[in-house]
Design a protein around this ligand. Structure first.
Ligand SMILES: Nc1nc2c(c(=O)[nH]1)N[C@H]1C(S)=C(S)[C@@H](COP(=O)(O)O)O[C@H]1N2
Ligand SMILES: [Mo]
Length: 555
């Protein structure tokens, strides 16, 4: 028994450092244990994910916009790294505090468990109290661990004798403490002495056990997605009964730097609130259609859906958070069931035919709610429940197994991914997720145009420079694109052949570039005859407006 006779508690900076280290180990244990418990409850309920999700739910639109603008699709990674950084600092501080006030340190850890629990149960997709379990169990284990580890350092404030034995602060004295003569009565040293070996053992064991728990949790969480992955591999989408017409030859221009007419799945922008991409098993997936004016309520399986007539359509999707000139727009070939037909089968009538519901509320498995006008969904456009994207089952990131699409409407009011429920309601009765956060109830896509090439601050050579890009005005169609150099006149660009009015349109303009700095500006006119306004508005509440310009220097 050579490890419990070191004579005095640890003090000073070394005590603080080891306290901070204890805090860090306890924090690590909390996350690892929570990860393991969350695997038993469900993956989205881990504390970092829960706090991150709660942060997303509560982020003011301006901040969310800023985050999307600066971090793009990495905004979630940045958020999680931010949370981990804050947790690390808090763990270090609580550990250091605990060296003076042992109980306070542990109470602090418990308090963060409560924050994690509240965050998890407050998410829109929370299934109730059991979402609190990972945070609570993690915090209790961590609080106990911190209390125990700090105990190994000895109790600084308590022992009067300790203050008289400065030798105890020297490593050598402690290291050889086993054979040294106790400097003060044994009963005291047992209760409050610095237990170096005990601390090292406990800290190492805790870190190792946490790593084991964390890895086990990770593995278990991962395996939950296996069925979903297998179910996606098994999907065979039947041939659509209504094919999309082949893309006209002239629709895709061959110009370096222009966005391809069809956006490959891997390049398609992704915008959602999910920190963990939902992995839904298609074989157990169900969609319920119910609510106001639904004469025949229905619950469909994925197979039921695939047995219905399928349509194939090219549709350009755009995000309301897209800045003028921004990247959150993409064009894909989708396959799905015409939503209007399905709604008619359920006895739904649009408001123009006397139906009582003017809002269709789509709900996803992760608690997102997206409200679309029933009138738009049923007015003859190709609103659909999509199952295929560019010749594949939907990628998980884009809503596997089923998502909604309504040509002409921004994604947040039309394009519910991982959909599982459709409720017919009214705009008076219900505000969807983003509407609760100050975005508009209704948001048709604004006419926009973008210069893809040359790039901002590009340095083209004098002579002919191909200025080119895309323009979109979904469901109205683009009729004209014009380019302006500096303050010169508007010149008409050459439009690529239109695919459909639901897709974007490429354009090009051969510019005779002269030496020096120039500003290129673009604007589009839609088929209603309306030209894009130059008035700049922010993305909130219903989409950015204004003209895209690019500044270049011609060499
Ligand atoms: N379940 C769910 N569906 C969602 C969202 C979301 O956060 N959760 N975001 C919407 C928004 S704002 C947009 S712009 C589109 C983006 O679809 P994409 O990620 O496939 O491009 O999905 C919509 N559907
Ligand atoms: Mo969006």
């Amino acid at each position: 028994m050579d490890h419990d006779v070191s004579p005095a508690p640890l003090r000073g900076i070394k005590r603080l450092s080891l306290g901070a280290l204890s805090g860090l180990i306890a924090g690590y244990a909390a996350i690892a244990v929570a990860e393991l418990v969350s695997a038993a409850v469900r993956p989205e309920s881990g504390p970092v994910i829960a706090v991150g999700g709660a942060a997303i739910d509560r982020t003011p639109p301006a901040v969310k916009d800023w985050a999307i603008r600066h971090f793009g699709t990495n905004d979630k990674l940045v958020l999680q790294l931010g949370i981990l950084t804050v947790l690390t600092v808090l763990a270090l501080v609580l550990g250091a505090l605990a060296t003076r006030w042992r109980v306070i340190g542990s109470l602090g850890v418990l308090a963060f468990g409560v924050v994690g629990a509240l965050a998890a149960t407050g998410r829109p997709d929370s299934v109730g109290v059991r979402d609190a379990l990972p945070s609570v169990v993690g915090a209790v284990v961590a609080a106990g661990l911190l209390y125990w580890l700090i105990g190994r350092l000895g109790q600084a404030g308590r022992s009067a004798h300790a203050a008289d034995t400065p030798a105890a602060e020297h490593d050598d004295a402690v290291a050889t403490g086993g054979s040294a003569t106790p400097a003060h009565p044994a009963e005291d040293s047992a209760a409050s002495g610095w237990d170096r070996r005990g601390f090292i053992l406990a800290a190492t064991a805790a870190a190792a056990a946490s790593t084991g728990a964390g890895l086990a949790g990770r593995a278990l969480n991962g395996s939950q997605g296996k069925n979903a992955i297998a179910s996606r591999k098994d999907v065979v989408i039947p041939a659509p009964s209504s094919r999309a017409a082949p893309v006209p030859r002239g629709a895709a221009l061959r110009i370096d730097g222009i966005s391809p007419f069809m956006t490959p799945n891997g390049d398609f922008y992704r915008v959602d609130t999910a920190l963990v991409v939902p992995k839904v098993d298609a074989t157990s997936w169900k969609l319920r259609i119910h609510g106001k004016g639904v004469a025949r309520e229905r619950t469909l399986s994925f197979d039921d859906l695939l047995k219905m007539p399928l349509i194939e359509r090219n549709i350009t999707l755009a995000c309301v958070s897209n800045e003028v000139g921004g990247p959150y727009v993409g064009n894909a070939r989708w396959i799905g069931v015409r939503l209007a037909d399905l709604l008619k089968e359920c006895g739904v009538k649009p408001p123009s035919e006397g139906g009582p519901a003017d809002q269709l509320v789509a709900r996803s498995v992760d608690g997102m709610t997206i409200g679309s006008p029933v009138e738009d969904v049923m007015d003859g456009r190709d609103a659909m429940l999509a199952v295929g994207m560019n010749g594949q089952p939907l990628p998980f990131e884009h809503g596997f197994p089923v998502r909604m699409l309504v040509p002409g409407l921004y994604g947040y009011v039309s394009a519910c991914k991982w959909i599982q429920d459709i409720e017919l309601s009214t705009f008076d009765d219900y505000d969807s997720y983003w509407v609760k956060r100050d975005w508009a109830q209704k948001a048709p896509i604004k006419t926009q145009s973008r210069i893809d090439t040359p790039k901002p601050f590009g340095r083209p050579r004098t002579g002919t420079v191909m200025v080119a890009g895309v323009a979109w005005a979904q469901h109205r169609g683009v009729d004209k694109v014009e380019v302006r150099v500096d303050d010169g006149p508007w010149e008409e660009a050459r439009l690529a052949t239109e695919d459909t009015r639901d897709t974007w349109r490429q354009w090009s303009y051969p510019w005779q570039a002269t030496k020096g700095g120039h500003t290129l500006t673009v604007r589009a006119t839609d088929r209603t005859g309306r030209t894009q306004t130059d008035k700049r508005t922010p993305t909130i509440p219903d989409g950015a407006s204004g003209w895209h310009s690019v500044v270049v220097t011609v060499d």
